[in-house]
Design a protein around this ligand. Structure first.
Ligand SMILES: [Zn+2]
Ligand SMILES: [Zn+2]
Length: 110
């Protein structure tokens, strides 16, 4: 329900060059003028899977499980039958089939 509202807000926030997460604690955003905000939206390659930093802001799932950012992950989801052929998404991330699905970002750890 809130996902429909959150997406346009996120896009507006990105367009304004603002990296605030609604409701989340502010995190230091490294200045990356050349990256067009990609660094704010997607996790770095060396983050720990399952950590707060392991998060795809564009698709609202852990970056290490984001098949839309890394198609190489898809076979692993298919192998565990966690896959929706219709929407080309892991069922565990398929908000089209499960509108009530909530994927929460892990809290900041140490
Ligand atoms: Zn993604
Ligand atoms: Zn589906």
């Amino acid at each position: 329900m809130s996902a429909r509202i959150a997406r346009p807000l996120l896009l507006i926030a990105l367009a304004a060059g603002c990296s605030k997460d609604s409701g989340a604690k502010s995190q230091p955003a490294p200045p990356t003028p050349a990256a067009k905000g990609a660094a704010d939206t997607h996790a770095a390659a060396d983050v720990k899977p399952g950590s707060h930093e392991d998060w795809c802001g564009e698709h609202a799932v852990p970056e290490s499980q984001c098949t839309r950012c890394d198609a190489a992950l898809i076979p692993a989801f298919k192998a565990t039958r966690d896959w929706c052929e219709e929407h080309q998404l892991p069922l565990s991330q398929d908000k089209i089939h499960n509108p009530g699905l909530v994927i929460t970002r892990p809290p900041k750890g140490e």
